[in-house]
Design a protein around this ligand. Structure first.
Ligand SMILES: [Fe+2]
Length: 196
């Protein structure tokens, strides 16, 4: 089940009151990119893509955590019955459906780590999972970024960036450029779009 757009906006705003930060606008940029790309793909619903983008990081409501924001978001959305969003909270950080490539601190409890691993194994990845992975990698908090510049920035901040994750982001960009039949940066209006 998926929340309506109005409910999704409310959930994000409420979460930002609990834990304000640039992740709010990052979520809006992700949603904007997802909607713009989905609108040009056959068999994709732009409204659904927007809602999933808006809520992919909703786990940040519960504080500043690394891997923990994944289990927080997953459990929170499951508790409200929004299973489609819960899946995105889970899959957006793991291109290969495992935590091996996770960049950031493993700051989860044993139970949370087990929940992530167990749920990830059972997921059937769809184009919505792939789309949000791509858009997460394109979205800064002030606008759309060059995907390679963004990955270099992450590499600088964390000291490393797994080559396989780098390659899969480049692959996803090409995959959606084929599907949407256009240049990703033009489709998402990289140079002019700003969140508000
Ligand atoms: Fe994100």
């Amino acid at each position: 089940m998926l929340p309506t757009l109005e409910i999704a906006e409310d959930l994000l705003n409420e979460a930002l009151q609990c834990n304000p930060g640039p992740w709010g606008n990052h979520s809006r940029v992700t949603a904007h990119c997802a909607k713009s790309i989905a609108a040009r793909c056959e068999n994709m619903d732009e409204n659904k893509a927007y809602i999933l983008g808006l809520l992919h990081d909703i786990g940040r409501k519960f504080g500043t955590r690394h891997l923990g924001h994944v289990s927080d978001g997953y459990s929170y959305m499951e508790s409200l019955g929004y299973d489609e969003v819960a899946q995105i909270c889970l899959t957006h950080s793991f291109h290969n459906q495992s935590t091996d490539e996770y960049i950031g601190k493993f700051d989860t409890s044993e139970a949370e780590t087990a929940l992530i691993n167990r749920s990830l194994k059972n997921v059937q990845m769809t184009d919505y999972d792939r789309l949000i992975q791509l858009c997460d990698a394109l979205a800064g908090s002030e606008g759309v970024l060059d995907i390679e510049e963004r990955m270099l920035d992450v590499k600088k901040r964390y000291g490393c960036y797994p080559q396989s994750k780098w390659d899969s982001n480049i692959y996803l960009k090409k995959y959606f450029e084929n599907k949407a039949n256009g240049n990703i940066y033009e489709i998402v209006k990289k140079d002019t779009y700003r969140p508000h």
